[in-house]
Design a protein around this ligand. Structure first.
Ligand code: S3P
Length: 426
């Protein structure tokens, strides 16, 4: 796919529906007993992996037009397997969220399941969930800490867990297991990760309480809840960075989620001096959202480290693109988690930007980008199985002097099926 340079970027678009929230709305309602409607659900490939897994587990899921999905739950935590012995096969595709949350959801049930995924997901670390779930009494076998996972439901007991990494997927897996366990499970994390699970479980009547970086849960049934999903700030990041990189640009991304545990990219853009305004702020259901408008202006370089990292973790590839268009040295550190995403993003961001003429050095836990205020472009980038590398490369090429050639761009359907049409009019 050839991506040509653009001279200025002026657009009003809707962000794609939030991937993290859609996964949770599908899965938690599939666990519950009763019916719920999800409006503006993301129907990208990752969320469809969750749909297929939940259907195999007995939920009835009807996908209507316009992102309306009806879920009739399987009452998963009370159902008996009626002596069935063969394992239920679940395919999580490219989706770490599907695999890790499903493992937690099934840990205390009556049945045996094998959860597998694609070549990218099979390389990603699963010990971070098998270890705490194992301490709760779960029986989960893995291939040396990787997928496929074999989960055999077992009685669970509560634990107090100090998680070494800030990870919403680990947190969610432990909380879902905690809802099936005897006693009160306490999960603490070093820095607060996205809190969509806590917000939604609380709406569903779960016994859950949050105190800064600690979450407590006790055995609960889930009541179905209708959810209207807001736009995904991780998808909105691409048009926002494109407008911030190309002189004369102005973009509005409507109805974008601005949950503080996700909105670090907006803080960084503002710190760099970007002109951003927020209209139509609302709290629909449990999640805040707004229309975000950004106008091009000269920016200063940034340092991203510490507490902000979990709040920008999926946006770092896009921020690395932005750094190339800012004169001076921008730095990302404390972000070793980048190595275990859909690709090793320290390496794939570096090679993607180098192919387009950037001066970037990878480090143990991040990267240093010496921005020149422009990117030459003209190179070829293969996105592999990483949707965020595909979309970051596409905006980098569009904002560059010579454009570029993108291989494997179709992987963006994982989180943003309309990306090329809606963002780049291709
Ligand atoms: C997600 C959590 C994050 C994020 C991923 C989605 C979620 O992963 O990178 O894209 O929906 O919980 P970690 O929990 O591994 O940090």
């Amino acid at each position: 796919m050839e991506i040509r340079p653009i001279t200025k970027y002026q657009a009003t678009i809707g962000a794609p529906p939030d991937k993290s929230i859609t996964h949770r709305a599908l899965m938690f309602n599939a666990i519950a007993r009763g019916r719920a409607v999800i409006n503006n659900a993301l129907t990208g490939n990752d969320c469809m992996s969750t749909v297929e897994c939940m259907r195999r587990l007995g939920a009835e899921i009807i996908i209507g037009g316009d992102g309306r999905i009806t879920v009739t739950g399987a009452d998963l935590w009370r159902r008996k397997s009626s002596g069935r012995r063969e394992a239920v096969m679940l395919d999580a595709g490219n989706s770490g969220t599907t695999m890790r949350l499903t493992a937690g959801a099934l840990a205390g049930t009556d049945g045996t399941y094998i959860i597998d995924g694609d070549a990218s997901l099979r390389t990603r670390p699963m010990r971070r969930i098998t270890e705490p779930l194992g301490r709760m009494g779960a029986d989960i076998a893995s291939d040396n800490g990787r997928a496929p996972l074999k989960v055999t439901g077992a009685p669970l007991k509560a634990i107090e867990y100090d998680c070494p990494v800030a990870s919403a997927q680990v947190k969610s897996a432990v909380l879902l297991a905690g809802l099936q366990a005897d006693g009160v499970t306490v999960f603490r994390e070093p820095v607060k990760s996205r809190d969509h699970t806590e917000r939604m479980l609380s709406k569903m009547g779960a016994a859950i309480s949050v105190d800064e970086n600690a979450v407590r849960v006790a055995r609960s049934d889930l009541t179905p809840v209708d959810v209207t999903v807001c736009g995904d700030i991780s998808g909105a990041a691409y048009p926002l960075v494109l407008a911030a990189s190309v002189p004369g640009s102005r973009v509005t991304v409507k109805n974008t989620g601005i949950n503080p545990t996700r909105s670090g990219i907006l803080d960084i853009l503002e710190r760099c001096g970007a002109r951003i305004c927020y209209d139509n702020e609302t709290v629909g259901g449990a999640e805040p959202s707004a229309d975000i408008t950004l106008e091009f202006g000269a920016l200063k370089p940034f340092v991203a480290e510490g507490e902000i990292i979990p709040r920008i973790i999926d946006e770092i590839p896009a921020l690395a693109v932005l750094a190339c268009f800012i004169e001076g040295e921008s730095v990302v550190r404390d972000a070793a988690e980048l190595k275990v995403k859909e690709s090793d993003r320290i390496l794939t961001v570096t090679s993607m930007l180098r192919a387009l003429g950037a001066d970037i050095t990878p480090t143990q836990d991040g990267m240093v980008i010496r921005g020149k205020g422009f990117l030459e472009g003209g190179g070829v980038v293969d996105a592999g199985l990483d949707h965020r590398i595909a979309m970051s490369a596409a905006i980098a090429m569009a904002a560059s002097r010579r454009g570029g050639t993108l291989i494997g761009g179709e992987i963006c359907a994982v989180s943003y099926p309309g990306f090329f049409r809606e963002v780049l009019s291709l």
